[in-house]
Structure formats: C-alpha cells, structure tokens
Design a protein around this ligand. Structure first.
Ligand code: PLP
Length: 369
C-alpha cells in the first residue's frame, strides 16, 4: 500500500486549485484573541450592517417548521417574482446558492480546458478560481487607478477567450465604469465571447448599466445579482443569473436538483418587496462612506473613492495593522492576495461601528484623537 497517492488520482485542476480566503468569522477571532464575540465588529465581508431585510426575516421565521420538505427545485416563485421585477421572463433566470455558485455553474457549463477567461487584475478572485477549476487559463488585465480598463480588456481577448467577467461596482476596489462605456464594450465583443456582468453591489449605485437591451439584441451577456449584500441575506446563500433563455437553460443542466434551500427561497421573494429596507441601507451606506472618507482624511490616509458598501484605504504595514485591528475586535480584509499589500478593505458599518473602527485605527497609528 501507499504507492499511489491521492495526488496521482486527483483531477489536476483540483490539485492546483487555490483556496478562497474569506473574511474571518467573529467566532474565530473571538477564540484566537480571547475576546467576547459580542464586542467584535466584522467589517470584512461587505455584509449589511443593518441586519437582514425585516420582511425576509419574518417570512423565514414563519416557515421554519416546514423545512422537512425539499425546496422547489425549479425555484418557480422566485423566478416569477424576478421576472416581474425586471420585466423579463421566468426562463431567463437561474437561481443559485449565492451568485458565486451561479457564476461557477456558468463556468462549468461553458469552459473547456484551453479556453481563456478575461477579468480585471484587482477584480473578485472567484473569476480566477472559476477559470482554474475547469482547466481554463485566467487572463488578469491590469487596472490602472484600480478601475477596469475596458480597452485593455478588449485587447486581451483572443479566439480562445470564452468568458469575460466585468464587475460594477468592482470588489475589492469599489470603482465603476460609466454605463455607456460598459454597454459599448459589451456591444463590441466578438460573438464567441460570453460577458458575465457581476452586479453584486449595483443596488448601491444611483443608476447602473442596464444590460437588458443587450440581452434583447441577442448579445451573449449574462447578469449576476445577489441577495447577500444590500438585502442582507449573505448567510442564506441566494443569488441569480439573468440572460438569454437559451444560455440560462444550458446553465440549468449543471446544477443540483435542489441547489437553493427553502428558507433562502422564501427570504429572497420577501426581500424583493422590501424597498424601504433597500432605501434605508443605501442611505446609511452613503452616509457611512462620507464618514469613513472624512476619517481617513483626518488620519492622513489615502483611499480609493468607492461606489459600493466598502472602501479601500492605504496604510504602510497593512498586515500588522490588520492584525492589530483584530486584536481590538475589529475585523477588516487584507488585500495582499489582490496584489495590494499596502491596502486594507473595510466594509461600511453603522455610524457607531465606523466611529469605533476609525478610533481604533487612529490609536494603532498613534494618531488617537
Ligand atoms: C459578494 C459578491 C458576490 C456574491 O456573492 P454571493 O455568493 O451571492 O454571496 C458576487 N460578486 C462579487 C464581486 C461579490 O463581491
């Protein structure tokens, strides 16, 4: 025994697959540093600091006694609701266990070894992971001023390119491209390329590029949206793709029969009606961004102006600052994995959380009040 290792048996794409580094959970930090979990604030994963949508929470609570049943594998009610919300048809939606899963399924449906996947160098790391998992080649395009360079992305496309990911606003940089520029980019893509437009933070923008006319024109474009961010449902895992019904039906073949759990389905339907919560979340976020920008200014730190619910700031010795913040019960996100070793990303919290974060940071930097 012992002559054949698992490494000899495993799919090589899996063997070489890097792992995603999530924001640290509160419990982990509490244990690691001997802190009371209730005193910790997590500003690491762009979650909604106001909690879940109250309508969603109430709906989930009402139906917890029914989780002995499988959920609707066809996610019929959500897709009908989404169709009405977007003025599209139900067969134009695929619901996933988070939009992360939905994008992985898109990659699984279309990528073959040798294909190329184009995305921004400081864009969501999941695009690279999706490419590698299916044996495709990740092509990371530099982002001057931390913004997607659409001309450079266009130039990076070859006859092998199968998928392009574009994020607006982008995570982790919070930057955007003008709607007109995005639509033009999409219209100029060659026919063998599918554009995945990741709109995880689009609800935080006053207006976002509307790709529905492009879908109508028969262009190969698919939108990805999530309930994890502005709707406050990250823990339930629900997001979706929307696009041409033919594309969607191909992606549907790759998913598990019951990929979206019952509470998640109920919550998503209720959350779509919660316009008051979305509005409030947007207002609190805008005020929080201004508060953080002002705070960074006072501390003499530069930052990347953000259009999302998080903001990147630059500090020397970011790794040490990250660690020191954690010891004080404030969890943020290091960005070394994105090639930004001198930057940290902080999620916009409530006014109180932002104040605590800024005060803690100030003390660590020796610039307390
Ligand atoms: C958070 C996020 C998502 C969505 O994640 P879920 O799987 O729906 O929780 C997708 N794209 C980006 C860029 C994100 O930051």
């Amino acid at each position: 025994m012992g002559k054949i290792a698992y490494a000899d048996l495993v799919n090589p794409a899996v063997l070489n697959q890097p792992t995603y580094e999530p924001g640290k959970p509160i419990e982990t930090v509490a244990r690691e540093f001997g802190l009371d979990p209730h005193t910790i604030i997590k500003l690491a994963s762009n979650e909604n600091p106001l909690g879940p949508s109250p309508l969603a929470q109430a709906a989930v609570t009402r139906m917890l006694g029914e989780v002995n049943f499988y959920p609707d594998g066809g996610t019929t009610v959500i897709r009908e609701k989404l169709a009405a919300f977007w003025n599209l048809r139900p067969d134009q939606f695929l619901v996933g266990n988070g939009s992360n899963e939905a994008m992985i399924l898109l990659a699984q449906a279309f990528l073959r070894p040798g294909d190329e996947v184009v995305f921004g160098e400081q864009a969501f790391i999941v695009y690279k992971l999706a490419a590698l998992l299916f044996g495709a080649k990740p092509v990371a395009v530099p982002m001057p001023k931390f913004t997607h360079d659409l001309a450079a992305m266009r130039a990076a496309i070859t006859e092998k390119t199968k998928l392009v990911f574009l994020t607006c606003p982008n995570n982790p940089t919070g930057t955007i491209n003008a709607a007109e520029e995005i639509l033009q980019f999409a219209r100029e893509l060659p026919e063998h390329v599918i554009l995945c437009f990741d709109e995880a933070y689009a609800e935080f923008l006053p207006d976002c590029a509307d790709i529905r006319p492009l879908i109508d024109e028969g262009r190969k474009i698919v939108g990805a949206r999530t309930f994890s961010k502005i709707y406050g449902l990250a823990g339930l895992r629900v997001g979706y793709l929307y696009g041409d019904a033919k594309l969607i039906s191909l992606v549907q073949r790759t998913r598990q029969p019951f990929n979206v759990n019952l509470p998640a389905q109920i919550a998503a339907v209720a959350a779509l009606d919660d316009t008051a919560f979305v509005q409030l979340s947007r207002e609190v976020n805008t005020a929080g961004l201004r508060q953080l920008e002002k705070g960074f200014g006072k501390l003499g730190l530069s930052f990347i102006p953000s259009h999302a619910n998080f903001i990147v700031f630059h500090v020397p010795q970011a790794a040490q600052i990250f660690d020191a913040l954690q010891r004080q019960g404030v969890i943020v996100r290091p960005l070394a994995g994105y090639g930004m070793p001198d930057s940290l990303r902080v999620t916009v919290g409530t006014a109180e959380q932002n104040t605590r974060f800024l005060a803690t940071l100030g003390t660590i930097l020796g610039k307390g009040k």
